[in-house]
Design a binder for this molecule. Structure first.
Ligand SMILES: [Zn+2]
Length: 401
């Protein structure tokens, strides 16, 4: 979506009347109440309307929809694995399972309709519903359905397309779903109960010809690829998730020292420190230091293991006490933890670099190549800063030595 003229903050960008919001309600109007979960009802409504072709009141909108959205469920596992992101792999397995569930439930509960549509038809409608729908609060929606009064303002924080989780009702809002996402809030969207319209208001100024964005939320590349199949090159909300296992390379790190066990208990950390426990480390744009964005549970877990291993001769009792107060301990322990974390990040970056090379030579689809490149570019800054710090400390020590 591009601005055709100058836009000022506060300008109304889009106003979609209630009657133009596509929901399963349209289907019920013609065929009477159907006992369906809202997600299946929306799926069926999309299929039924699309099948009507020019007869459908939604024809002009439906014909603009892409042939297939690149939702995660449609990626091959091989392509997903190229992104070296354990959490994304788990999401993909869940998304594929979800799609199978939706398909079989759909085929069973609406068998009278389902026979009219191929699996490809249903997959298309599912990809549209999964990636383009916005959510209205269920109570507000029910109220509007029963009485056809305007629904209350949509207070949902979720952007369009978050997979249906049992709360709220998915609807398609024509034109709103044509805007691309920007990582910075650039517009406000929501249902306006006074005018009975879904409104989008500019938060920034735009010159004619500039692309106008909406903001789905402060989302990492993993979250973006999970729900919408795309990633951003320079995403300030991106993060990398590391497990204690990946950092310490130890299968498990049980604490045996009674003082450390009680310190872990005070801090609410597990013992043995779960090697599988993983933490998202943000990329710290605008923060004083990268380490500000490392969760304290992770740094403290690493410090506990370092103290258990007695890596230094500093006064053990004092260190444990300091740690139990949630404060970083002596320089030797801190230095070890930082270098473990940095090594893990450098390792991850190097593996991802290999993936990008592999993706470009292995004739992977373009969206996979782009995702791998964007995953990597978001990690570049932190890797460069780690390497710079290391070079500086080498030259400092050689300078003074
Ligand atoms: Zn020490």
């Amino acid at each position: 979506m591009a601005a055709t003229g100058t836009i000022q903050p506060g300008d109304l960008l889009l106003s979609v009347p209630r009657s133009a919001i596509f929901s399963h309600h349209e289907l019920f109007q013609v065929s009477g109440p159907v006992e369906l979960a809202p997600e299946h009802a929306l799926l069926l409504a999309i299929l039924v309307e699309a099948r009507k072709g020019r007869e459908s009141a939604w024809y002009e909108y439906l014909r603009l929809l892409p042939e297939q959205e690149l939702i995660l469920a449609t990626w091959t596992m091989q392509d997903i694995e190229l992104l070296q992101d354990t959490e994304l792999i788990e999401s993909a397995i869940a998304a594929k399972r979800k799609w199978k569930e939706v398909l079989s439930t759909f085929q069973q509960t609406v068998s009278t309709y389902a026979k009219d549509f191929t699996v490809d038809d249903i997959a298309w409608a599912w990809s549209i519903a999964a990636s383009r729908s916005a959510y209205m609060e269920e109570n507000a929606w029910k109220e509007s359905e029963q009485s056809l009064r305007p629904p209350k303002a949509n207070r949902s924080e979720r952007g369009p397309g978050c997979t249906y989780d049992g709360s709220g009702v998915g609807v398609l809002i024509p034109l709103l779903d044509m805007f691309n996402h920007s990582c910075y809030p650039v517009s406000k969207a929501g249902y306006n109960p006074v005018s009975n319209t879904y409104d989008l208001i500019a938060d920034a100024a735009y010159a004619a010809g500039e692309q106008v964005f909406i903001h789905y939320g402060p989302l990492s590349n993993r979250e973006l690829v999970e729900h919408w199949g795309f990633t951003l090159r320079d995403n300030p909300h991106d993060s990398v998730r590391l497990s204690i296992f990946e950092i310490t390379r130890a299968e498990s790190t049980p604490l045996t020292d009674p003082d450390l066990i009680s310190a872990a208990q005070i801090l609410g950390l597990e013992n043995p420190l779960s090697a599988d426990a993983s933490y998202a480390i943000g990329f710290a744009r605008g923060k004083a230091s990268f380490w500000d964005s490392v969760p304290w549970q992770l740094t403290t877990s690493l410090q506990l293991s370092a103290l258990e291993a007695r890596i230094c001769d500093c006064e053990h009792v004092d260190l444990v006490e300091t740690l139990a107060n949630g404060v970083a301990v002596c320089g030797c322990v801190q230095k070890l933890c930082i270098s473990q974390l940095e090594d893990a990040l450098l390792d991850r970056h190097a593996r991802l670099q290999t993936s990008v090379t592999k993706a470009s030579t292995a004739a992977a689809p373009d969206h996979v190549k782009t995702a791998a490149t964007n995953y990597l570019s978001c990690q570049d800054d932190i890797v460069q800063s780690i390497l710079r710090t290391r070079t500086d400390s080498i030259s400092e020590s050689s300078g003074t030595g």
